[in-house]
Design a protein around this ligand. Structure first.
Ligand code: SDX
Length: 434
């Protein structure tokens, strides 16, 4: 892939020396200064911990405009995809770059459906965990273990094996996630059913029990499908960058996705939906909101409003708006009139959006702010929230991994550092140490 070649350049001057850095333009979004040869030319590194100003790669999958609150998957606005399509259509789009025709969609759905089962020996893998193991710990372990079962899709140099590994990941994540949930609550595993659509299948595997018929609510299934679309991909976020870096060494796709799951678990990232719900529960009542808002503003207090703020969005996260609408749809479908957590969330959002601190720092609710309330209402325990995020983000991870592997310019990622440690010194015998 190559962005539009440019003749523009940026001039870097250090002392009496200067260098021209090529400037490359994408189709939309900020231009980049190509510094790939900077060290060779200048003997200096750039320094950007947290990568606030660094483009790690070229990609054609997802575009975010943080100032305008825009999110595009392969150019299509997230609002339109969430409104008009289903999650597997979004998966096809993210993987192949175009919306599927009816025939392509039918083939893709069937292919995913036919890969939803996991090797039955995976069941024995679960029994090694305590019942109160966090489901994310189980997911990291089980997804990494998939490479032990699927030797026919770990040769990343083979396009066919890359494709089957992608389909397997998308297909098996709901099954493993449901198994993690069932194991957590001590109920028997429920096998996937090929006559159910993707999200209905997942709800059935989570909430069906052998003793009686379980009827999937079409409204809840559609709402969950929409939630999966919102979480599918998000440019070069921390977990996607983890998957890319792991993949750059040639590691198999299952191991790379396991690395992404591990990174997503953090409360600053995908773990924020679990943390946001715990925060709303801790606040408990709208009258306690000022106390928590003041804590969030207090530099000496590590407390932050979970579900607020974003590295890229300095406007409303477009996904949060859709998430809020979906939250209301789910609560009304379930006949939940007054959810105290929702009351706290709505009031907290109102207070924060009118507070100078949040306005000045451009802190808005992000996707994690309303997702926890929605998932809790659907019957998922808090510990499962990030598992559902990982389930949905798997297509983004695998799509970005595939794009990286198929980029002819791909090399192992190996950042450098600014070293401020001890200069060279000789070993001191124990007897001489003070
Ligand atoms: C996701 O990257 C992605 O795309 C991620 C994601 C995806 O789809 O993959 O969108 C999913 O991870 C969403 C974010 C979920 N995390 C949370 O909701 C946790 C709470 N938010 C923060 O921890 C924080 O906002 C981050 C981690 C999301 C962003 O951190 P940044 O970009 O490093 O911003 P920062 O920490 O430098 O904050 C800038 C300022 C700081 O104040 P100053 O030091 O400048 O005085 O804003 C303050 C922060 O103290 N701040 C907050 C705050 N978030 C930032 N203050 C109070 N509450 C908050 N939530």
């Amino acid at each position: 892939m190559d962005a539009t070649p440019n003749t523009a350049s940026a001039k870097l001057t250090v002392g009496d020396k200067s260098w021209d850095l090529p400037v490359r333009q994408g189709t939309i979004g900020p231009d980049v200064m190509d510094i790939s040869k900077l060290y060779g030319q200048t003997g200096m590194f750039t320094y950007d911990p947290g990568f606030t100003s660094t483009a790690s790669c070229e990609s054609q999958i997802t575009y975010i405009d943080g100032d305008e609150g825009v999110l595009l998957y392969r150019g299509y606005p997230i609002e339109q995809l969430a409104e008009n399509g289903d999650f597997l259509e979004t998966c096809y789009l993210l993987l192949y770059g175009e919306l599927p025709t009816a025939a392509q969609k039918a083939d893709f759905d069937l292919s995913v459906t036919r890969h939803t089962m996991v090797h039955d020996q995976m069941n024995r893998f679960f029994t090694g965990f305590r019942r109160d193991a966090h489901p994310m710990a189980i997911m990291v372990a089980c997804v990494g273990a998939l490479s032990a079962f699927y030797h026919d899709s770990t040769d990343i140099s083979d396009p066919q094996q890359r494709l089957i590994a992608s389909i397997r990941m998308i297909a098996k994540m709901p099954t493993l996630a449901a198994m993690a949930y069932k194991y957590h609550i001590g109920q028997p595993f429920v096998y996937p059913k090929n006559d159910l659509d993707y999200s209905s299948n997942f709800l059935n595997m989570c909430f069906a029990v052998p003793c009686e018929e379980y009827k999937v609510s079409p409204t809840l299934s559609k709402a969950l499908d929409k939630i999966f679309i919102l979480h599918a991909d998000h440019e070069q976020n921390a977990s996607t960058s983890t998957v890319r870096l792991a993949g750059s060494s040639g590691a198999n796709p299952f191991a790379c996705i396991a690395a992404g799951i591990a990174c997503l678990w953090g409360p600053a990232h995908g773990g924020a939906n679990e943390a946001a719900l715990k925060m709303l529960s801790e606040i408990g009542h709208p009258e306690r909101i000022p106390e928590f808002v003041n804590r969030a503003k207090d530099k000496n207090d590590p407390f932050r409003l979970m579900g607020f703020g974003h590295r890229v969005y300095k406007n409303y996260d477009p996904r949060a708006k859709i998430m809020q609408q979906t939250c209301h749809e789910v609560l009304s479908e379930l006949g939940i009139k007054d959810d105290p957590l929702l009351d706290v969330a709505v009031e907290l959002e109102r207070v924060a959006l009118h507070d100078d601190y949040f306005i000045e720092k451009k802190l808005y609710p992000n996707i994690d702010f309303y997702s926890g309330i929605t998932l809790k209402a659907m019957g998922f325990p808090t510990a499962m929230f990030t598992v559902l995020f990982a389930l949905a983000r798997t297509v983004g991870w695998i799509g970005q991994w595939k794009e990286m592997i198929e980029d002819p310019g791909q090399r192992i990622g190996r950042p450098r550092q600014l070293y401020t440690g001890a200069t060279r010194r000789d070993y001191v015998d124990m007897a001489k140490r003070k």
